[in-house]
Write a protein that binds this ligand. Sequence first.
Ligand code: SF4
Ligand code: FES
Length: 248
Amino acid sequence: MKLYLKIWRQKDANSKGKMVDYTMEGIEGDMSFLEMLDVLNEDLITKGEEPIEFDHDCREGICGTCSLQINGRPHGPDTRITVCQLHMRRFNDGDTIVIEPFRARAFPVIKDLIIDRNAFERIQQAGGYVSVNTSGNTVDANAIPIEKEMADKSFNAATCIGCGACVAACKNASAMLFTSAKVSQFALLPQGRVEASDRVRSMVRQMDLEGFGNCTNTGACEVECPKGISLENIARMNREYLSATAKG
Ligand code: SF4
Ligand code: FES
């Protein structure tokens, strides 16, 4: 395949970026999208040019770092997969592919296609944990019976990989889907109920401090989420928040 790429290049966080055109030939359908970028970078290095910086780690849909906006969609044209799981067979010979970093005020560009997602880490640190005394008295997790339905919902919420596609997909750059998944995975389990009120208040406060936008229920986040995190989690977080603030 011959492909025409338009890729966002930005020297550093303080520089102005711009789209740069690249033409690639001999791209095989079985290559992953990131392998295609690897080949482009090898060409650039051979020519003595600076390679394109992009984030990646696991390359199997687990870590959430490979987030890119491809032809205007977070993680590209397929649903329920991350960029590293996207293959070039999804594109046609002669296609133009526009590749940008996720765009959100709370996710500043560090370089080229790499964004700073530490805002998510700070939301997580604000309450996304359960305080457990592990000094030899830890209770076996199976000692507390949990309904299968609740366990499944909690597990599904916990599959959020923190990629940020929900923010990139939202016209308001809202982080409600991410935050609600992190709140829900604990709120649905008895072990998470002990700190539930403090958790939801702290995490929502941090989310607002980070400069994410408000949720207006467009649902774009759910559509673009590679893990299928449900909007149901946002409704649950709103209920948790109302109940926590009513308690004072
Ligand atoms: S909710 Fe989905 S889109 Fe948002 S960070 Fe988690 S996995 Fe990514
Ligand atoms: S590189 Fe880890 S999810 Fe894509």
